[in-house]
Design a protein. Structure first.
Length: 91
């Protein structure tokens, strides 16, 4: 066994252990959320966009504060009018 094989094996074992710890923590957090009543996150989809094929809904940006949500290609910030969206199409 060469020196690089030993280091690659050690690196693999450290990454695997870190992933197992991360997964265990996420599982514990999910259990706590479900016990407190936060199992289902509040939907962030605007009412006018529910069931629309054009809905995108992802946020873009590097920092959480500066992220910009892109609702859809036609209306990047979502449909703002009281009437239904004219570009709405069923999924």
């Amino acid at each position: 066994m060469t020196g690089t094989d030993v280091f690659q094996r050690a690196n693999y074992l450290c990454r695997r252990q870190a992933y197992q710890q991360w997964h265990r923590l996420r599982s514990k957090q999910q259990i706590l959320r479900s016990q407190v009543g936060f199992a289902d996150p509040h939907p962030s989809r605007p009412k006018a966009c529910e069931g629309c094929l054009n809905y995108h809904g992802l946020s873009y940006g590097t920092a959480k504060i500066r992220r910009t949500p892109l609702i859809c290609a036609m209306h990047p910030y979502g449909w703002q009018e009281a009437a239904s969206c004219p570009d709405w199409s069923q999924q």
